[in-house]
Design a protein around this ligand. Sequence first.
Ligand SMILES: *[C@@H]1O[C@H](CO)[C@@H](O)[C@H](O)[C@H]1NC(C)=O
Ligand SMILES: *[C@@H]1O[C@H](CO)[C@@H](O)[C@H](O)[C@H]1NC(C)=O
Length: 172
Amino acid sequence: MAFLEYHVSEKSFICGGLLVHEDFVLTAAHCWGSSINVTLRDHNIYQQERTQQVIPVRRAIPHPRYDHNKWVNAIMLLQLRRKAYLTAAVSPIRLPWRRELVKPGMVCSVAGWGHLGMNNPVAERLQEVDLEVQRDEECISRYKDYNTTTQICRETKKEEGSFFGDSGGPLV
Ligand SMILES: *[C@@H]1O[C@H](CO)[C@@H](O)[C@H](O)[C@H]1NC(C)=O
Ligand SMILES: *[C@@H]1O[C@H](CO)[C@@H](O)[C@H](O)[C@H]1NC(C)=O
């Protein structure tokens, strides 16, 4: 799990991400700013931790057909300035194979340091929740813009789920 901090016109924002290779992090396309730092294995973002590694980003590669108005192809690779040290606490996650599908009934995990509520600050420690994948029909009736080709439907839990600041983080 990667913690991302980036600047947009001197304001600071956070996102989540995943280490997919020694020097590549996968995140959301809008997690982009003039300077981006990645912290690997950061449990508490306000504390220096023995296992954490802070690495600046060399190059941001958003999807070439990213459309920020429609949130289509909202995905981005970040090439790190150096390779991460692979340790017991830091290792890349395996990406799914091309035909590997996430099916209704499977339980996935969502994690991040995003805001804990509308008027609450960002989480100090990494939060995680298990959410069950649901049939597309559930989301078709819930959201008018749900697209079965590009989206995965998952259950909504009261007061638990992803929120501002969790973007770019995983559903694994
Ligand atoms: C990234 O880290 C460097 C060095 O600590 C710092 O100067 C810079 O402001 C940081 N950038 C962000 C976006 O946090
Ligand atoms: C769903 O997404 C696919 C792939 O981007 C696109 O071709 C299709 O037009 C979209 N469907 C709707 C209803 O927007």
